[in-house]
Write a protein that binds this ligand. Structure first.
Ligand SMILES: [Zn+2]
Length: 73
């Protein structure tokens, strides 16, 4: 699954079908379909495997950066 990390408030936001924004409101994003996401604002895209996310352990150490070449504003 994919998450965005806002560079301003440093919050990690798990993306869903409807638009989600971080606590400061500068960054937001959503899933367009099962695979593609759209993000906007001063944020970076991260991924984590579902098995890690739901394992009950600290998944924040298992995040990997996803290059995102088509940010929308
Ligand atoms: Zn923010």
């Amino acid at each position: 699954m994919k998450l965005l990390r806002c560079r301003i408030c440093d919050e990690l936001v798990r993306l869903r079908g409807e638009s989600q924004s971080c606590q400061c409101g500068a960054s937001k994003g959503r899933y367009l379909d099962d695979r593609d996401v759209e993000i906007s604002g001063p944020c970076e895209l991260y991924g984590v495997r579902s098995i890690d996310y739901f394992s009950g352990e600290d998944w924040s150490k298992k995040l990997f950066r996803i290059p995102h070449f088509h940010p929308t504003t």
